[in-house]
Design a protein around this ligand. Structure first.
Ligand code: GLV
Ligand code: MN
Ligand code: MN
Length: 397
């Protein structure tokens, strides 16, 4: 089965007919379909599928216990109204690379794994890379299981409804099998397009980044009869927070986004009783990102609210030896840092040699239905991944 067939198979799963974007949230019906697709693609290739304690799917060419193996892959879930490429491109390219290696008659010297990490975007329960964080122990099982989605469903209940147990947590048996991990991903900015040099690049590092929640209290009251001086309207503090996030990010060479908000009770003729706002902050240097967050925290506290860290990921440089090897295999392609988070970063933080290959994104748009990569560049990505795997799999463990 070619890249195009694998790609076409996925194109309707979890697609919202109004926005044209994807709503592929962890442990939902769409997610179950994607997991079935993964198992089917593995079965058609004679790969053995295992599922670790945390629900991540692994498809193995060769016995993974004769490893450690080389693993590639990515995730299949999406942000709300996400694009087609963020995640699936890495999984589809992984299967396409297996096909390409077999077409050449290549015999791997060590096991090759294709992985589908679950819940990478954290769109449902709020913590990004939940599957790989649980797998590596970076996220405590008790905390994860108690997380709630927008309808109040806990992750524990969602796992049970999806037919999975709740025995999630660090899985050393699985981690031992991973000698190195290479994740192919669509680029999520204009780094490669602006360079106009090559369809693929190799990653150097992931910026430090985190998600924070501002709880802004107010007092519900009538929109027509409550005099302005008598109001405690939390949307005013929210508006200040949004503007301050932009202003502080500009001054500190960082980025900050207030992309999610909940207004209660959300009635047009009622002053809200509460606003919950989420801030995503990132940047090349942790001190700068922390400076932005410090300002937003002070502003929230002055408004009588609380500014709470939901997750933090330190700057993650990728293994320099593996990075240089990827660059050499790919004849000196560009090397780029990224402001996007990835499961590859979570594995790298555990000391697993990890690298990433980025595929050019002509507009840089991502986390949007408009996310795109040219077919020729996707195929160049498969060729690059195939070359990298051939090199790594030929080497002794
Ligand atoms: C994941 O894509 C993230 O960077 O938030
Ligand atoms: Mn993403
Ligand atoms: Mn992704």
């Amino acid at each position: 089965m070619s890249f195009d067939e694998l790609w076409a198979d996925l194109s309707d799963v979890g697609r919202d007919p109004r926005s044209g974007g994807y709503r592929r949230f962890a442990w939902t019906r769409a997610d179950a379909e994607l997991r079935e697709w993964f198992a089917g693609a593995a079965a058609r290739r004679g790969l053995d599928v295992t599922v670790d304690r945390c629900g991540n799917q692994w498809a193995w060419w060769g016995d993974p216990d004769t490893g450690p193996g080389i693993v590639t892959g990515s995730h299949l879930d999406s942000v709300p109204d996400g694009g087609a490429f963020d995640g699936p491109l890495g999984v589809v390219s992984a299967f396409a690379a297996v096909d390409a290696l077999r077409d050449k008659g290549f015999q791997p010297g060590r096991p090759l794994g294709v992985v589908n990490f679950c819940d990478e975007e954290g769109a449902r329960f709020g913590i990004a890379c939940a599957g790989s964080r649980l797998l590596t122990g970076a996220l405590a099982p008790e905390r994860a299981l108690a997380l709630r989605d927008a309808d109040g469903v806990t992750m524990a209940d969602a796992l049970a409804a999806a037919g999975r147990g709740t025995d999630v947590g660090r899985d050393d048996e699985t981690l031992r099998r991973v000698g190195a991990f290479v994740e192919l991903h669509v680029e999520q900015g204009r780094g490669l397009a602006d360079l106009d040099a090559a369809p693929v690049a190799v990653a150097s590092a992931i910026w430090p980044h985190g998600r924070f929640r501002a709880d802004l209290p107010g007092e519900a009251n009538h929109a027509g009869t409550t005099r302005l001086p008598d109001r405690r309207d939390p949307t005013l503090a929210y508006a200040r927070l949004v503007l301050a996030a932009r202003d502080a990010a500009e001054r500190h060479d960082a980025v900050a986004t207030c992309g999610k908000v909940r207004v209660e009770p959300n009635g047009v003729n009622a002053i809200p009783s509460h606003v919950t706002a989420w801030v995503d902050a990132r940047g090349p240097r942790e001190a700068d990102v922390r400076a932005v967050l410090g300002e937003l925290s002070s502003l929230t506290e002055r408004a009588g609210g609380a500014f709470v860290e939901e997750s933090w990921t330190a700057e993650t440089p990728f293994d320099a030896t593996l990075r240089d090897r990827l660059v050499a295999t790919l004849s000196g392609v560009p090397v780029l840092a990224t402001g996007a988070g990835h499961d590859a970063g979570i594995l790298a933080a555990q000391g697993i040699p990890t690298g990433m290959i980025f595929v050019r994104n002509p507009t840089g748009v991502s986390h949007s239905p408009a996310e795109f990569a040219e077919r020729a560049d996707c195929l160049a990505g498969v060729t690059a991944l195939t070359a990298v795997l051939e090199d790594l799999l030929g080497a002794p463990a």
